[in-house]
Design a binder for this molecule. Structure first.
Ligand SMILES: [Fe+2]
Ligand SMILES: [Fe+2]
Length: 202
């Protein structure tokens, strides 16, 4: 694994054993990347379908209407992400297939345990839900960001455009959650911790 070591004192006697595959390996390299790309599509396809089922539970668990609406809207967007991925599979000449995404399963489990660990009808519940959902969005942003680049690399520019639409929507969802947290929920959550006023009268 250690490739970066440069040794200036190396003798010349053994230096002729290097094999370079750079000229012959190009086609294989391309098809391996394509294969990897399709596998990653299967992974995010599973993840999006899983989220379609799970987002309504987060919506139901939310305390404020604002957050519940955000989950509802993103659930609709997520259904669109699923159908976009089906389009992408078609554009690639592949049958849509879902491969279990362990990472997303874990992130969703974390969201579920947050629901169990926080009290209903509290702002703290919403703070925790936002945090859990932002982890999900960041996972999606990382995935789609890489997939867009990879699609371009393998010459599938139209596929890249479709995936970039979803990437943009994931970013918008993340920003909306940030603004909900910053505008009200976090402060309300802080009040719930029972902090006493410091003589401010209004
Ligand atoms: Fe999504
Ligand atoms: Fe998302």
């Amino acid at each position: 694994m250690e490739r970066g070591r440069s040794s200036k004192n190396q003798g010349a006697t053994k230096s002729t054993t290097n094999k370079s595959k750079t000229t012959t390996g190009k086609k294989d390299h391309q098809s391996l990347l394509r294969k990897f790309f399709v596998e990653e599509l299967q992974d995010i396809y599973w993840a999006e379908k899983h989220l379609v089922k799970e987002l309504p539970k987060l919506q139901k668990a939310a305390t404020t209407d604002e957050l519940a609406d955000a989950f509802g809207d993103h659930q609709a967007a997520t259904e669109e992400h699923v159908s976009r991925l089906e389009d992408v599979f078609k554009m690639m000449g592949e049958t849509p297939k879902a491969k279990k995404c362990e990472a997303m399963e874990g992130l969703v489990k974390e969201a579920q345990s947050i629901i169990e660990d926080t009290e209903e009808e509290t702002a703290t519940r919403d703070v925790a839900l936002i945090m859990a959902e932002q982890k999900v969005e960041h996972y999606e942003i990382a995935t789609y960001g890489s997939l867009v680049q990879l699609a371009k690399t393998i010459g599938m520019n139209e596929v890249a455009d479709v995936l970039a639409e979803t990437l943009q929507e994931e970013k918008e969802a993340d920003e909306l959650l940030t603004s909900i947290a910053e505008s009200s929920v976090n402060e309300q959550g802080a009040t719930e911790e029972g902090s006493e006023g410091e003589g401010e009268d209004e």
